[in-house]
Ligand binder design. Structure first.
Ligand code: KIV
Ligand code: ZN
Length: 513
């Protein structure tokens, strides 16, 4: 019988740990709702014990999601498990996902624990988690570099203690498909109870094998795969959800397996993540890259026009492409705009709607044609956590190819207005320097990118700024037809994020004193 493979999405936990992919509370909730629409079986909402912000995000997601299971990560530490349960207990289908490392190198150098201590701790904490939550997943971190006798012993013990999902992670992306197949088969043959529970895998992509290893695991009996949208994650990322979903949709016959993913939601989910994080996928990325369905060469175009299947193994529609329809114009009212937002699958409150509608009106005055993608960008850029410290009041740039560019930027701050004046070779550089004069923090610009959202000279320019402050990274984003304005606001957005963090730290220090 065709196996149903469960998709465990860890975009909001493992994915969010990757540089530049951090999301705020509301962005995570928006992403979680879209993941639910995409049909993922399990949403890993975060690591509740990591910070009060993570705790709050897990709790909100747990309470806002109906169909998918909401999982929360915890080390095999009582305090972590307590926090995890506190955060996830409001979910309709809660799961505690607890882990400990099992490889020799991790046990000796990271945990400084013997294998016996690790197995005892795992068993004890799984039992504790199970006393709180009806569904417990156990992960053996760095499993693929662990001993199979030890793994089968620890798995049997945690299964008896109440774990019903056993995850075998390739934490450092080291294994290969044939090896992983043999590895899982060997553990299964050595374990008494592994065949009675769900086997899960979690493959990192360091050697580019995350997806291939997950497929090998399916052949070996895994029925849950852990993955992320666009393959984001630590280092080279995790197995890409969209690739696994489409492999099962197109070639499920070779695995005798299928998923519950609503593939028509893939493009939207990928775009939403890129809009939120500002991290775009490469153009030739399978399934969601801009060129994935483009046929440039004349021979291909000719073939596709005669019969699409000459060069297309799946249709753009099957991944939800081709719906970037022309939408409203400048005469559209608030009601029509709200309908459009709802039809795009977004849920926003009245306050947010007012902000985004005002932005839409101003965009519609400047841009002839507004597409779904433009609206999506407006929607994601409108998500703010709380008040802004700095607001752009005005800027003036004087630039040309025969003069030095000068910039004057005036910022509104809670106390007063501040003006910075600077000059540089180009308008963005000059404007950023002028902004730096207005703030009393030493920040470093690490990255800046500008990209057009749709076609045409009047396309929205989407600016992403990454800055470093006290060894932490903050990403700011903004979109506007005026690309200098988008860049300035993206910079200010990143600065506002660091100001909020700084304030939170100062608050917790004063409480500690
Ligand atoms: O990569 C890994 O091993 C993990 C575990 C916590 C599942 O992310
Ligand atoms: Zn991982």
């Amino acid at each position: 019988m065709t196996k149903r493979i469960r998709f465990f999405d860890t975009t909001l936990r493992d994915g969010e740990q990757s540089p530049g992919c951090s999301m705020n509370h509301r962005e995570k909730l928006m992403m979680a709702k879209q993941l639910e629409k995409l049909g993922v079986d399990v949403i890993e909402a975060g690591f509740a014990a990591a910070s009060p912000g993570d705790f709050k995000s897990v709790k909100t997601i747990a309470e806002g999601i109906t169909n998918s299971t909401v999982a929360v990560l915890a080390r095999t530490v009582k305090g972590d498990i307590d926090k995890a349960w506190e955060a996830v207990k409001g979910a309709k289908k809660p799961r505690i996902h607890t882990f400990i490392a099992t490889s020799g190198i991790h046990m000796e150098y990271k945990l400084k624990m013997s294998p016996e201590e690790v197995a005892d701790r795992a068993e004890e904490m799984v039992a504790y988690a199970r006393s709180l939550c009806s569904e417990v997943e156990f992960s053996a971190e760095d499993a693929t570099r662990s001993n199979t006798d030890f793994l089968s012993e620890i798995f049997d013990r945690v299964i008896q203690a109440g774990a019903s999902i056993i995850n075998i992670p390739d934490t450092v992306g080291y294994t290969t498909p044939d090896e992983f197949y043999a590895f899982i088969t060997e553990i299964k043959s050595k374990s008494k109870y592994l065949n009675d529970v769900e086997i899960s895998v979690h493959c990192h992509n360091d050697l580019g094998l995350g997806v291939a290893n997950s497929l090998a695991a399916i052949r070996a009996g895994a029925t849950q795969i852990e993955c992320t949208v666009n393959g984001i994650g630590e280092r080279a990322g995790n197995a890409a959800l969209e690739e696994l979903a489409m492999i099962l949709a197109v070639r499920g016959d070779t695995y005798d397996a299928r998923s519950g993913i609503v593939t028509q939601e893939i493009t939207k989910t990928s775009n939403l993540l890129s809009s939120i994080t500002g991290v775009n996928v490469q153009p030739n990325k399978a399934i969601v890259g801009a060129n994935a369905f483009a046929h440039e060469s004349g021979i291909h175009q000719h073939g596709v026009l005669s019969n699409r299947e000459t060069y297309e193994i799946m249709t753009p529609e099957s991944v939800g492409l081709g719906n970037n329809s022309l939408v409203l114009g400048k005469h559209s009212g608030r009601h029509a705009f709200r309908d459009k937002v709802v039809s795009l699958g977004y849920e926003i409150d009245d306050e947010q709607l007012n902000i985004v509608f005002a932005e839409f009106k101003s965009l519609a005055d400047k841009k002839k044609q507004i597409f779904d993608r433009d609206i999506e960008i407006l929607l994601t850029k409108g998500i703010k956590e709380s008040r802004d410290y700095y607001k752009l009041e005005r800027f003036v740039i004087n630039s040309g190819n025969t003069i030095t560019t000068t910039a004057s930027v005036v910022l509104d701050t809670p106390q007063n207005k501040k003006e910075g004046i600077s000059f540089a070779q180009g308008p963005v550089d000059a404007a950023f320097k002028a902004i730096e004069q207005c703030i009393d923090r030493k920040i470093f610009l690490e990255d800046y990118s500008l990209q057009s959202i749709t076609e045409g000279a009047d396309a929205l320019g989407y600016a992403v700024v990454k800055l470093r402050y006290k060894d932490r990274h903050f990403v700011g984003r903004d979109a506007s037809i005026n690309v200098v304005e988008a860049s300035i606001n993206a910079y200010i957005n990143a600065i506002n994020k660091l100001m909020r963090e700084d304030d939170k730290e100062a608050e917790s220090e004063s409480i500690a004193v």
